[in-house]
Design a protein around this ligand. Structure first.
Ligand code: HEM
Length: 325
């Protein structure tokens, strides 16, 4: 049988490839001869993926709770995949940044649009039964969520408002270490009366603090805002780019937190008393974006917009404006 020219061509190329590495093509062809075909389930590790839902109770809706958290963490991983590349790209162009921001905003939109799975998708009575078996675990301990924040903005914007004046100028590595204890989420999980950290926070810090501090140091030069600032002035003025940054700011700091807050209200708001959260925060005061006022890019917002951060008109009016481009 005559071999087709394209097969001979590929064989020659393969021979060159393996030759360069001192390898024998014939041995690799033997391997190919006996290798199994790739299957869908092996490729995406489907059996492993579907074995990762292990509830702590036999209450059916706990499956929904676990899986939606896992879906969210996978989206966070997609977001981080984009942010990492952006952070390290030595020749970042405005078009790359816009493409990345659009992807990240799409991932967040998917999460924001699907949060009803949590808000309406579980039987509250079932939730109340299984939640106590999860103590002291909380979504508060999502390390990926914190990494996204660190990649997106200058570290100072994650520090509690009242502590920020202590730190000025270009942040050094040691300044990052001094700032870390004043990061906003630390107070969220500190008992007001005693000043003690909750167990949820202690465990989170044990697992993630070293990594988060290392990332914050790396992001001094690699966070999204610094990368945007590194573009030529004309590119920075591109309204599409500015809007994409504003949408990201709203998605991470207002829209996702509000969708999430809705689920906390639905399952934890009680009459006459609210139900304590598994992470032990004063969640009614801690979670609403208008109290947290986390803003990644204050330079892009007006004084009034910042004052009204997280309130209705910012979401409806500004978000529509930002989307209309
Ligand atoms: C019924 C559903 C949910 C309820 C009732 C709920 C409740 C809460 C509460 C009360 C907090 C404050 C910390 C605490 O005291 O535990 C919190 C924090 C958090 N939760 Fe959830 N949550 C739900 C679903 C989710 C899901 C699906 C995710 C996805 C990963 C998630 C991620 C987070 C994150 C990242 C925080 C920290 C927020 C911040 O620091 O601003 N939660 N959650």
């Amino acid at each position: 049988m005559e071999l087709k020219p394209e097969i001979i061509d590929r064989l020659k190329k393969l021979d060159e490839k393996y030759e360069t590495m001192g390898q024998n093509l014939v041995s690799y062809l033997d391997g190919l001869l006996y290798a199994d075909y790739l299957t869908y389930w092996d490729y995406i590790h489907l059996d492993t993926l579907l074995s990762l839902q292990t509830p702590k109770t036999s209450i059916p809706d706990e499956h929904i709770f676990i899986m939606y958290h896992q879906i969210t963490e996978l989206h966070f991983k997609l977001v981080l995949h984009e942010l990492k590349q952006l952070s390290l790209n030595p020749e970042l162009k405005s078009a790359d940044l816009l493409k990345t921001l659009s992807r990240i905003n799409r991932y967040f939109n998917a999460l924001i649009d699907s949060f009803d799975i949590m808000v309406d998708g579980m039987d509250p009575a079932q939730f109340h039964k299984f939640r106590m078996s999860l103590l002291p675990a909380s979504g508060f301990q999502s390390g990926q969520y914190r990494m996204i924040e660190i990649y997106c903005t200058e570290f100072i914007h994650l520090i509690l408002q009242e502590q920020r004046s202590k730190f000025s100028g270009y942040p050094t590595d040691s300044m990052i270490e001094q700032m870390y204890p004043h990061i906003y989420w630390q107070t969220g999980a500190t008992e007001l009366a005693s000043g003690k950290k909750t167990l949820t926070l202690k465990q989170f810090e044990l697992k993630y603090s070293t990594e988060l501090i290392r990332l914050a140091k790396q992001c001094r030069v690699g966070n999204l805002w610094v990368r945007y600032q590194s573009l030529p002035e004309a590119d920075r003025q591109d309204s599409k780019l500015i809007n994409a940054l504003k949408i990201l700011d709203l998605n991470v700091n207002v829209n996702w937190p509000l969708s999430h807050y809705k689920s906390a209200v639905r399952y934890l708001q009680g009459d006459p008393e609210d139900i304590a959260a598994t992470g032990g925060t004063n969640w009614q005061k801690y979670l609403p974006p208008r109290f947290q006022k986390r803003i990644f890019y204050p330079e892009l917002w007006s004084k009034e917009e910042i004052e009204n951060w997280g309130k209705n008109w910012v979401r409806s009016v500004v978000f529509k404006e930002a989307n209309s481009e």
